[in-house]
Design a protein around this ligand. Structure first.
Ligand code: SF4
Ligand code: SF4
Ligand code: SF4
Length: 184
């Protein structure tokens, strides 16, 4: 029952995976909302329209987005200044929707159409060569937000699966060298 409700909550979220709600992604937030541990007003990218839709689904009073979590803002995409990028690749694992292309010691670039505007690539960049650029003025129609969300969710799930597999491989390599967390 809770899982079914979480699915319905998740379907209303914009899937930027920005973590501004206080959870590590849209699905964990959806799980918390469905469990009654989080309110429907914690998703700034979804804005007041999504908060109202969630409140309607849950039968709760409609409230604007709680500013503690941020405010609704025009859609943005990340842009990398390739004249400054040192190809360290630290931004790659940070991007929850795999919108950055590049490899170690190569210049990196953002696929604007895939960027959810989550800002999560900014902190890891050691040379501050990533900036956020506005691409649309509000409000985006909910139909457009939901259409984008489908692609973001799919790439987020692929990203999570790849990161989990990478961590599993790393743990296995450490274990064969006696360096795993259980090593004494
Ligand atoms: S878009 Fe960001 S704030 Fe909204 S639910 Fe997803 S991770 Fe949380
Ligand atoms: S490129 Fe940066 S801002 Fe865009 S989705 Fe990836 S991490 Fe977020
Ligand atoms: S983190 Fe910054 S410097 Fe490193 S590859 Fe990404 S954009 Fe380039």
């Amino acid at each position: 029952m809770a899982a079914e409700l979480a699915e319905r909550v998740d379907a209303l979220l914009p899937q930027t995976q920005c973590t501004r709600c206080g959870y590590p992604g849209c699905r964990p937030y959806a799980d918390a909302v469905a469990a009654g541990a989080a309110g429907p007003d914690q998703c700034p990218p979804g804005g007041d329209a999504t908060a109202a839709a969630l409140a309607g689904l849950l039968g709760k009073p409609v409230l604007p987005v709680n500013p503690v979590h941020g405010t609704e803002a025009p859609a943005r995409v990340a842009v990398i200044d390739e004249s400054v990028c040192i190809g360290c690749a630290k931004c790659l694992p940070a991007c929850p929707v795999d919108a950055i292309v590049g490899a170690r010691r190569q210049l990196h670039t953002v696929i604007a159409a895939d960027c959810s505007g989550c800002d999560l690539c900014l902190p890891p960049c050691p040379v501050d060569c990533i900036t956020m650029v506005e691409v649309a003025s509000l409000p985006l129609p909910l139909s457009q937000v939901r259409a984008r969300a489908v692609g973001y969710r799919r790439r987020y799930q692929a990203h999570q699966a790849r990161e989990t597999a990478r961590q599993t491989r790393r743990d296995a390599q450490l274990a064969t060298r006696g360096l795993g967390p259980d090593a004494s």
